[in-house]
Design a protein around this ligand. Structure first.
Ligand code: ADP
Ligand code: MG
Length: 238
């Protein structure tokens, strides 16, 4: 179960409050996209949910349990980074298995999970290669594989496609959407790309300067943007 609730969450860096009190519920299984211009707080919000940053105040609940002060590794969430962060000297298999080995899971279960992730991601033929022998898209899939094997309650993506060229981006966008169809696990996806938001999301959260301007389905935001900012950013002019 991956229902995530933010209750009056704020975040300040020194004297600067980048997230004023913010409330948001992400339903279990939902594909939610955080979209907004550069610097609006998308990554900060995702890092707060992941536990990579501490909230300044407020509460984060995962599956109705207070997770506000739970360390990142114990939140049951998996973050997929844009810079792959793969180990160049390890095979694809070992890269994907890495978090499970760290958790001292038994080898039979590691093999089962790695093989299953490789099948979902079409990486079966590449398990013995090193990251340097893979294309950008394949590397991105390995990074996703490393998240899948942990069987997380939710996947958190921070602009995972921004290092890829335009053609590959479209392909990976479809792959991530298909992965969501298949797993039906909660996904939170951060992007500054309106097209990604409109094509991938069940629910879009539009952010400006740390404030949620509107939450809704792509169609709702397109048809009934609440203000000019949302209209200009995502919708049709009203
Ligand atoms: P986005 O991901 O939407 O581009 P960020 O969440 O990275 O935006 O940043 C939101 C704001 O918080 C920006 O003004 C940024 O400069 C500031 N910020 C982010 N991280 C830090 C930090 N560690 N220390 C100080 N300021 C930060
Ligand atoms: Mg960012």
């Amino acid at each position: 179960m991956g229902r995530i609730t933010l209750d009056n969450v704020t975040k300040s860096f020194g004297p600067v409050q980048v997230i004023p009190p913010l409330n948001l519920t992400i339903e279990d299984g939902e594909f939610t996209v955080f979209v907004g211009p550069s610097g609006c707080g998308k990554s900060t919000l995702l890092r707060l949910i992941a536990g990579l940053e501490d909230v300044s105040s407020g509460e984060i609940r995962i599956d109705r349990q207070d997770a506000t002060h739970v360390p990142p590794a114990k939140r049951g969430l998996a973050m997929v980074f844009q810079s792959y962060a793969l180990y160049p000297h390890m095979s694809v298999r070992r890269n994907i298995a890495f978090p499970l080995r760290m958790a001292k899971m038994d080898q039979a279960e590691i093999d089962r999970r790695v093989n299953s992730a490789a099948e979902v991601l079409n990486l079966g033929d590449y398990l013995d290669r090193r990251p340097g022998q893979l294309s950008g898209g394949q590397r991105q899939r390995v990074a996703i594989g490393r998240a899948i094997v942990r069987e997380p309650a939710a996947f958190l993506f921070d602009e995972p496609l921004s290092n890829l060229d335009a053609a590959l981006r479209v392909g990976m966008r479809l792959e991530i959407s298909e992965l969501h169809e298949r797993l039906r696990t909660t996904m939170i996806y951060v992007t500054h790309d309106q097209v990604e938001a409109m094509t991938m999301a069940d629910k879009i959260v539009v952010l400006r300067a740390g404030v949620i301007e509107q939450v809704g389905s792509p169609l709702e935001l397109y048809r009934t943007p609440r203000n000019l900012f949302v209209a200009g950013f995502i919708g049709s002019p009203r």
